[in-house]
Design a protein around this ligand. Sequence first.
Ligand code: CA
Length: 529
Amino acid sequence: MHEPAARSPVHITMHPNDNVAIVANDGGLPAGTRFPSGLTLHESIPQGHKLALIDLPAGAAVVRYNVTIGRAARAIAAGCWVHESLLEMPVARSLEGLPIATVAPPATEPLQGYTFEGYRNRDGTVGTRNILAITTTVQCVSGVVEHAVKRIKAELLPQYPNVDDVIGLEHTYGCGVAIDAPDAVIPIRTLRNISLNPNFGNEVMVVSLGCEKLPPARLLPPGTFALMDERGRAQARTGPDVVCLQDAAHVGFMSMIDSIMATARTHLQRLDARRRETVPASHLVVGVQCGGSDAFSGVTANPAVGFCTDLLVRAGATVMFSENTEVRDGIDQLTARAANPAIAAAMIGEMAWYDAYLKRGRADRSANTTPGNKQGGLSNIVEKAMGSIIKSGTAPISGVLSPGEKLRDRNITGGLVYAATPASDFICGTLQIAAGMTLHVFTTGRGTPYGLAEVPVIKVATRSELARRWHDLMDLNAGRIADGDATVEQIGWELFRLMLDVASGRKKTWAEHWKLHNSLVLFNPAPVT
Ligand code: CA
């Protein structure tokens, strides 16, 4: 990657109606800088932070993305820094009286002929990786499973070269929880659906302790998944393969490890017999997310992801976007884009549930922005949300999932889906895995080494400076858009092709290369005991 030459001063405006813009130059711009328009900076402004394009009287609406992101706390002259302390945040828009399914879907042609090499599963889904996942019912067994996984990797995995990895699905649920509380349905179905993720080849094996509140029969009741033999015939047995540590047959630690390894071996044999096949791109299930965002997220990486989202939807693929607090301030845009009134009602239901959840904890959406977001120029959650929501592109929203639900629960096999999740990177990623995601796209401006063991994570940098410093962590540099070296459309297409390569296993992401694996983090709004 080349070092950029010193650039003339550049500010970026997102919409003709905006009265603020952001400074694009690396390192920011000093006081006295004169833009080609004649506008002069009255003070130094860091990169990504906002300048007033016109004189803003006290109380004036500060407009970015053609949306009021706040009111000026005092008069701000043209060329001055619109610092977060000068912005009064508007209250969240009411969930009453929203526009419902008013936007006509954009006229687009189906995108045909794009394929990837995937693993077809018996249940009709297609994986991008071939992984043995060991489900756990309770945190108590994690140490034992971790020990077993190390041994499986060292002793068994080399015998099954077509299997990509073996992972223990560790979590903190299962005991000490109010298992019958209404909201317990969320962590329980999340764990169930994670074990059925397409990247695990429908091979479900469970390690249980024996006295937990979430026993295997409750986690994976009969009918949750179909057990088949090698020829695809339904097996008589209806439960998953379970190794129970408290089973009287286990005498000593090593007998537990031996049981887990013997069970793993039968699953590894079946997984190893599978081969990648050419399948239409419509079988891709992509989850998009952002984290460590800055003011460039909504200018470069997220618009490129949004363009790519539109390409994927045109190709018949499923794209999920999420992060409740980062769409809450754009709910009117989303209900307007709902494919029908029922979808809009489901969106509103998810927002109302989350508003109440935050209120219960005496918080609101404004708790979302981080010190790093603000340092990166994002003044408040309204501004952050407008940049975040762009990842969803322009397609109609054709499905809504509640936290922990999977696409197949709602018979969704394509299109743009809102999967309701918190914005927390790990919780969002975990819930998207449960939904059935097989490929993750993650944009970042501040920089995060985020990665998951369960699905490949493609990381997109919002700024070239970050992409240069983190050259072996970022998979794509969308900062070239702000540099004037590439368009949103070009980066969107690059991302689309990169996705097909990564999904096919032809390319590994940096997070895969370095084996950077964040923990699964469950969303448990229910009480613990
Ligand atoms: Ca996030």
